[in-house]
Design a protein around this ligand. Structure first.
Ligand code: 5GP
Ligand code: ZN
Length: 122
């Protein structure tokens, strides 16, 4: 059993946040996506952007609905602008699968900014 990909959709934390069943500090909503602050921020700006539709990772999203994948990226860019980190620079991260550190099996972009980032990531 894979700890990320075998999570049942009925137990999906981010579907519950999208539905409003679990509270979150929402910063933006569009017809396609919901953006909310990470509960454990790793930078002054740390926002998670999720499509309303459940897809397990970026590859699954791009395969199932490439037009949505494009609008999703545009929504992430809009949040970066609204959070004041578009011009200063920021990092957009898709942790993917077990080795990628993904813990919630609903594709999400981490938007991190407000400080300089190091490389390589841990
Ligand atoms: P992943 O590790 O899958 O890339 O990212 C999952 C993120 O979700 C983590 O950064 C974690 O802090 C965040 N997270 C986990 N539970 C909650 C929650 O209940 N509310 C919010 N806002 N973020 C959460
Ligand atoms: Zn979900």
């Amino acid at each position: 059993m894979d700890p990320v990909y075998d999570q049942p959709m009925s137990d999906c934390l981010f579907c519950a946040i999208v539905a409003g069943d679990i509270p979150a500090a929402i910063v933006a909503e569009t017809r396609d996506t919901v953006a909310f602050r990470d509960i454990s921020p790793q930078a002054p700006v740390h926002v998670l952007v999720v499509p309303r539709a459940h897809h397990q990772d970026a590859a699954a999203l791009a395969s199932a609905d490439p037009a949505l994948a494009g609008r999703f990226l545009a929504d992430v860019a809009a949040v970066a602008e609204a959070e004041g980190v578009a011009g200063s620079g920021h990092r957009i991260v898709f942790n993917t699968g077990t080795d990628g550190g993904q813990t919630v099996g609903h594709v999400h972009a981490h938007l991190l900014g407000g400080r300089g980032m190091s490389w390589p990531p841990g």
